[in-house]
Design a protein around this ligand. Structure first.
Ligand code: ADP
Length: 253
C-alpha cells in the first residue's frame, strides 16, 4: 500500500477540482444563474424594490465586477448570490442547483464550502493568529491536514512569513490577504468579494487587486462588488446596477 502524505492528497484533490472546473468551463456549465430575480423589502407604501427583474449568468473562470452607486442594490444582489438572503421572485441556481429548494443544511454547505467570501472589513478574529483564522472554514473536517492547507492558502497570498501574527500586527492589506486566504482554503467554486479594497489605502488596494487578478488567472471565478472604476478595471466583465436593475457595462480600462 502506498501511503500518501496529507499534502500530496490535498494537492491531488486540488488538481482534481481544477480539472473539474476546466471541464465545467469546456461544457459551459454555469457557476451561477439568476433568472428574473426581484427583491422587495417591506410592504405597502413602504415597499422598496431593491432588485428589479435581474438576470445573470456567470461562467467558470469569469472575473465579474458589479458596479453601481450607493442604494442601487449591490448588497442585496451580493446577499442573494451568497445564499444569505432569498429573492422575492425569480430563481437562483448555484452550480446547477435551485437554491430555493435547498434545506438549511445544504445552504450552509454552499456558504461554507462552495463560496468564499471577502468583505470590506476583513472580519478576522482578533484573538487568533493568521493561520488559525484561515483554518476556521476547515474546522468541520476531521482530517489532520487543516494546518497544512491553511499554510498553503497563506503561501498563495504571499504571507508565509506572517502566519503566527495576529490581525493587529498586520497592515490592512495583509489582513485582507489573510481574509482572501481564508476564502480560498475550501477551494470554493466562487469567490464573492464585497468592496474588498474599500478599507485600504491605494498601495494596499493595488496589492489586493493584483492578488485577485492572479487568483482569477489561475482559474477561480470571482464576482466583486465595487463602486470604484479603478477597482472594476481589474475585472474582465463589468456589470452596472442602477435602481435595482442590472445591465452589462463598458469594460473599464
Ligand atoms: P447598495 O449596496 O448598492 O448600496 P442596497 O442593496 O443596500 O444597495 O439597497 C438597495 C435598496 O434597498 C436601497 O433603497 C435600500 O435603502 C433598500 N434596502 C436595503 N436593505 C433593506 C432592508 N433590509 N429593508 C428595507 N430596505 C432595504
Amino acid at each position: 500500500m502506498v501511503v500518501a502524505s496529507a499534502a500530496r492528497v490535498a494537492a491531488v484533490a486540488d488538481a482534481a477540482a481544477g480539472a473539474d472546473r476546466a471541464v465545467d468551463a469546456m461544457l459551459g456549465r454555469e457557476v451561477l444563474r439568476l433568472q428574473s430575480v426581484s427583491k422587495v423589502y417591506g410592504s405597502g407604501d413602504a415597499a422598496v424594490l431593491a432588485l428589479d427583474d435581474v438576470s445573470l449568468s456567470v461562467q467558470p473562470g469569469e472575473f465579474v465586477a458589479v458596479m453601481g452607486p450607493s442604494g442601487s442594490g449591490k448588497s442585496t444582489l451580493m446577499n442573494i448570490l451568497g445564499c444569505l438572503d432569498t429573492p422575492t421572485s425569480g430563481t437562483y441556481h448555484f452550480g446547477g442547483d435551485d437554491v430555493s429548494t435547498m434545506s438549511e443544511r445544504e445552504l450552509a454547505h454552499v456558504r461554507n464550502r462552495r463560496i468564499g467570501f471577502v468583505f470590506q472589513q476583513f472580519h478576522l478574529l482578533q484573538s487568533m493568529t493568521a493561520w488559525r483564522n484561515v483554518e476556521l472554514p476547515l474546522l468541520y473536517r476531521t482530517t489532520h491536514d487543516r494546518r497544512e492547507q491553511a499554510m498553503r492558502a497563506l503561501e498563495q497570498v504571499g504571507l508565509s512569513n506572517r502566519v503566527d501574527h495576529h490581525p493587529n500586527q498586520l497592515s490592512g492589506g495583509q489582513q485582507q490577504r489573510v481574509a482572501v486566504a481564508r476564502a480560498l482554503v475550501t477551494n470554493p467554486d466562487l469567490l464573492l468579494a464585497d468592496e474588498p479594497t474599500g478599507n485600504l489605502d491605494s498601495a494596499s488596494s493595488r496589492d489586493v487587486l493584483a492578488l485577485l487578478k492572479e487568483i482569477n488567472a489561475a482559474g477561480r471565478t470571482i464576482v466583486m462588488i465595487t463602486h470604484e472604476h479603478d477597482v472594476a478595471a481589474v475585472a474582465r466583465r463589468v456589470l452596472e446596477m442602477s435602481d435595482g436593475r442590472l445591465r452589462e457595462g463598458e469594460l473599464v480600462t
